[in-house]
Design a protein around this ligand. Structure first.
Ligand code: ADP
Length: 555
């Protein structure tokens, strides 16, 4: 029997229309270094329509052509987020922290027709121009700065405000848009090999936005104001820009002011209730707050989501104990839109057990189905103990890469024969659906017959009050195959010795997991999205660039 229900396509255009009208008074504000400059959702919606009209009528964007953005989190970026998919084109967010040759590769691979770029990033874009294919026809510049860096570009160069001024505020909706067509394109950060494109559909983004809003996920409402520190150029800022327009949640955009001091200042001045970012951002912010007691006011912020890499328990506890901020741990990846699991503990538990749940990577929602695959390829039980590689499937999980050549090797590495995404993450799942990751498969330290979790050692080290950051990687060892190397950043002004750190760790992990190789470093290298870059640490070690001290038992 067919259902008797209406079949209405789930599209970004629907989210735009809803937010701009029924939540017209909610705001998008962008920090300019001193204060936030706000526009209403109604204004943002009208300007998104003007942008879409300009892209279509002036720049000739048609069909599913790609319109890329090379932008910080700001109001114009939100306008592009809404305008481009709603007109039927594909929004391609470019990660402005990628190495230049990868950026050029991505722009050419996606065959971008137009790039909308912040003026402040033109020095990054200009040197790429000679490598870009002629498929790139236009560059639209947001901001007042000098356009001279683009002099060598043979296509059209436009100023955003001049381009959209005076255009119709009626949105040029395409006649019919299939919800399964792509609305946005985001490339992985390319930690191994060339970056790969994930093309999100209107349907997947719509459903994902509803999940982001759910109380079991971020729980955003029209009473919230969100500070998305997680960049809009990486996995759609975790879906927050669309979810916000769906729920009327106001946005406070940090633009390029992502250092701890301006973040603390904007929280104090603008009173956001919620924020989201990777752990390294929060480590920096915590340090800034602790170093300046009484200077900042974070009392408006009731909860923050931390994900993208494992959240050190010490960080979660510090925010909760010292600033009353509820830290919610979440797991996801570019291929999962990104929301996978979110750690809301079950009700009715004592404090200790509640914390045990909160420290996990969280529970899977109904639409993300997980399974664990053991070394022999069979599925493992969800008993909280059996550890295997996590695979997932669901309506906002990728089934393939954009423009991939479909080689069996490529498909087989990331997608199983029966269509599940292979995450490359290793962990356990409890019977009530909570994921605990031990490591990324490629970061696990294989010592003799045993596996050592680099994340576990890092978390324990970062619980030491004098340790700002700690990254642990596998290095080759004659006897054991691999052993852990601990690289540690000490808080300024502290003089803890390595032997003391080793003793601290010895009280917390099994003795065979204790690293023999230690190195104090000034900072941990980070990837383009702010995660520890373990590839770089392994390379520095291999090339003898690290000052390594060897500590063994009794030394
Ligand atoms: P990249 O692969 O370039 O880092 P992604 O943002 O797609 O880009 O990274 C996804 C990966 O980040 C996951 O596969 C996982 O290894 C890691 N990750 C994300 N969230 C968490 C978390 N809460 N705990 C541990 N690892 C996480």
């Amino acid at each position: 029997m067919l259902s008797t229900m209406q079949d209405v396509p789930l599209t970004i255009g629907r989210i735009l229309a809803h937010g701009a009208t029924f939540h017209g008074r909610s705001t998008v504000a962008t920090w300019n270094g001193e204060k936030a400059v706000a526009s209403s959702f109604a204004e943002v919606g009208a300007r998104a329509a003007q942008l879409a009209n300009a892209l279509r009528d002036e720049l000739g964007v048609t069909g599913d052509q790609r319109v890329a953005t090379l932008m910080w989190n700001n109001t114009e970026h939100q306008e592009a987020y809404l305008a481009v998919p709603s007109m039927g084109a594909v929004l391609h967010t470019l990660n402005l922290r990628l190495p230049p040759q990868q950026l050029a590769f991505i722009i050419n691979h996606a065959a971008d027709h137009t790039i909308i770029a912040n003026c402040t990033v033109l020095p990054l874009l200009a040197p790429l121009l000679p490598q870009l294919n002629p498929t790139l026809r236009h560059i639209v510049v947001v901001g007042e700065g000098d356009l001279a860096p683009l002099d060598g570009f043979s296509g059209g160069v436009h100023r955003y405000e001049e381009l959209i001024a005076g255009r119709s505020t009626d949105f040029p909706h395409p006649a019919e848009l299939d919800e399964r067509t792509a609305g946005a394109l985001c490339y992985t950060s390319g930690t191994t090999g060339d970056p790969k494109g994930v093309a999100y559909s209107h349907r997947s983004m719509y459903l994902h936005s509803m999940q982001v809003l759910s109380a079991e996920s971020f729980g955003l409402t029209s009473a919230d104001k969100v500070l998305p520190v997680v960049p809009m150029f990486h996995v759609n800022a975790w879906g927050i820009p669309y979810a916000a327009f769906m729920a009327g949640t106001s946005l406070l955009m940090p633009d390029r002011f992502l250092q701890p001091q301006p973040l603390a200042a904007m929280i104090t001045a603008e009173h956001p209730t919620f924020s989201a970012a990777v752990p390294t951002i929060w480590t920096g912010l915590l340090d800034e707050l602790d170093a300046h007691p009484g200077t900042y006011d974070t009392s408006s912020m009731s909860r923050v989501v931390i994900g993208g890499s494992a959240c050190p328990p010490a960080l979660m506890k510090a925010f909760e104990d010292r600033y009353g901020i509820n830290v919610i741990h979440a797991w996801g990846m570019t291929e999962t839109s990104p929301l996978g699991s979110v750690s809301h503990p079950p009700a009715g538990l004592g404090p200790e057990e509640t914390w045990r749940y909160r420290l996990t990577q969280g529970r899977f929602p109904a639409s993300v189905e997980p399974r664990l695959i053991g070394p022999d390829g069979t599925a493992l039980p969800h008993d909280g103990e059996s550890a295997g590689e996590l695979e997932v499937r669901g309506p906002w999980i990728a089934a393939a890469y954009f423009g991939g050549d479909g080689r069996p090797a490529e498909q087989g590495e990331k997608f199983s024969e029966d269509g599940w995404l292979r995450t490359g993450d290793v962990g356990t799942i409890s019977s009530d659906g909570f994921l605990t990751l031990t490591d990324r498969a490629k970061d696990v330290i294989k010592s003799g017959g045993e596996w050592i979790s680099s994340v576990e050692l890092e978390n324990q080290l970062m619980a030491h009050p004098d340790v700002l950051e700690a990254a642990v990687v596998a290095v080759p060892d004659e006897k054991w195959g691999e052993r852990p190397l601990a690289t540690v950043v000490l808080r300024p002004g502290t003089g803890t010795g390595l032997a003391e750190l080793r003793a601290f760790l010895a009280e917390r992990v099994a003795h065979w997991q204790l690293p023999e190789r230690w190195s104090i470093v000034e900072s941990v290298p980070k990837t383009s999205v702010g995660k520890f870059d373990k590839k770089v640490i392994r390379k520095s070690y291999a090339e003898g660039e690290l000052d390594v001290t060897t500590l063994r038992k009794g030394e």
